[in-house]
Design a protein around this ligand. Sequence first.
Ligand SMILES: O=C(CO)COP(=O)(O)O
Length: 252
Amino acid sequence: MESSRKLFIGGNWKSNLTVAQVNAHVNEVVNTLQIDPAKLEVLVAPTTLHLAQVKSILRPDIHLSAQSCSPENMGAFTGEVAASQLKDFGVNWVLIGHSERRSFFGETDAVVAKKVTLALAHGLNIVLCIGENLSEREGGQTFDVVARQLNAVKSAVTDWGKIVVAYEPVWAIGTGRNATPEQAQEVHVFIRRWFTENVNADVAASTRVIYGGSVTDVNARDLIGQPDVDGFLIGGASLKPAFKTIVDVSQA
Ligand SMILES: O=C(CO)COP(=O)(O)O
């Protein structure tokens, strides 16, 4: 990555871990990370159920994030947690647009945009997830999909400074088949160009674009070596001691 942007590494724990496992993982892995605050920000996103528990034991220099928020304000929306409730509770970050939300729970671009609007209105920072699926990649539509997903939130974003973009090709998530460093770099460059053309050059230069999809302690070093890969959003490996190795090699 380029030195002007601070590295960003997030652990998305998805729907994993018991209470005991959360405690052990935070105490043994997350809270023992070596983080140079001038170089790197780290975030963890436990289930909504575990936010309070993690908040009570997490090192204060590590960001706590929800994995989603409601596309509506507080009210009669059973099962949802509103952005304002996250903020009120002391959670300052939220993942929005993860491909598992889009594909398994029917989140459309319009729903993603509503969530972005509310999250920003209530002062949350966002990791905005975008990326193409396998048939879209094989059909040569990667750039079209990524641009469509960015266009969908463009008018909802009042402050790009509160957003980290996570490029997560769906075909790489949980498959053990990561994008090659060159494939990641190519799309990250495209995303940066989208910012230049649709927002401005400052935002294009300063927005962190992180990569997600089968990141491991083995492939992290080559991926982070790409000039436009500013960090990672990590699923499986964020639940293991490998998370520590990834943090270490990324700062090296
Ligand atoms: O979806 C991801 C992070 O949000 C990536 O998951 P994996 O690292 O398990 O492929």
